[in-house]
Design a protein around this ligand. Structure first.
Ligand code: SF4
Length: 179
C-alpha cells in the first residue's frame, strides 16, 4: 500500500486529516494485492509429484496462508495452472486446451523436474518441458520438489502478480489496462 506521503496532490493538511481514517493507494496496487492472495489453482496432476501437491495443504505447510488452498477442477474457474508431474507428447494438446479455457489473467507453474524439463526421461514419448506447449511463469525444480520449494515458487509468483500491469474488463468487454 502506498503511503499517503507518496500520493502527489495530497497536501499536508489533507494528510493530517486522512491519517487515521483512510488508506490511499493506486488501483492497480490494490487489484494486484487482491489477486496475489486469492489464487485458485487447477492441478493438472499426472504422476508422482501429485503426492507432494497434496502435502501442501497439510498442517506444517498450509498453503492456505498464501490464499491458494482451494483447487478448482474446471479451468474456467481457475487462474493458476499447476502442471504437476510428467507430461507425455500425447497429453500436450489436452494441456494446451485446458490452458486456453482459462480466463485472463492466468499464470502457470511447472511443478517439479518432469514438468519443467522432462526430468530424467529421455525418450520419444515424454515432453521435454511444458514450455513447448504453454507459457510458464514459474519453474519449481526437484524430483519431487520439497513443499518448501513449491511455496518459494508460489511467493515468487505472488511478487510477479503484484508487480505486473493489472488488466480489468469493463462492461463492454473491452480490456482496460490500469498502469
Ligand atoms: S519430477 Fe520426479 S517425482 Fe515428479 S513426476 Fe517426475 S519423476 Fe515423479
Amino acid at each position: 500500500m502506498a503511503n499517503i506521503k507518496q500520493i502527489s496532490g495530497v497536501g499536508k493538511g489533507d494528510e493530517a486529516m486522512l491519517a487515521d481514517t483512510a488508506i490511499l493507494t493506486r488501483l492497480d496496487k490494490a487489484v494486484g494485492w487482491a489477486r496475489k492472495f486469492s489464487i485458485f489453482p487447477y492441478p493438472f496432476a499426472t504422476a508422482c509429484c501429485a503426492m507432494e501437491y497434496m502435502v501442501l495443504s497439510t498442517t506444517p505447510y498450509d498453503i492456505d496462508r498464501f490464499g491458494a488452498l482451494l483447487p478448482r477442477f474446471t479451468p474456467r474457474q481457475a487462474d493458476l495452472l499447476m502442471v504437476v508431474g510428467t507430461v507425455t507428447v500425447r497429453q500436450g494438446p489436452i494441456l494446451r486446451r485446458v490452458y486456453d479455457q482459462m480466463a485472463e489473467p492466468k499464470w502457470v507453474m511447472a511443478f517439479g523436474a518432469c514438468a519443467s524439463t522432462g526430468g530424467f526421461y529421455d525418450n520419444y514419448s515424454t515432453l521435454p518441458g511444458i514450455d513447448r506447449i504453454i507459457p510458464v511463469d514459474v519453474y519449481v525444480p526437484g524430483c519431487p520438489p520439497r513443499p518448501e520449494g513449491v511455496l518459494d515458487g508460489l511467493m515468487a509468483l505472488q511478487r510477479k502478480i503484484q508487480s505486473q500491469k493489472q488488466k480489468l474488463i469493463d462492461r463492454r468487454d473491452e480490456t482496460v489496462v490500469v498502469s
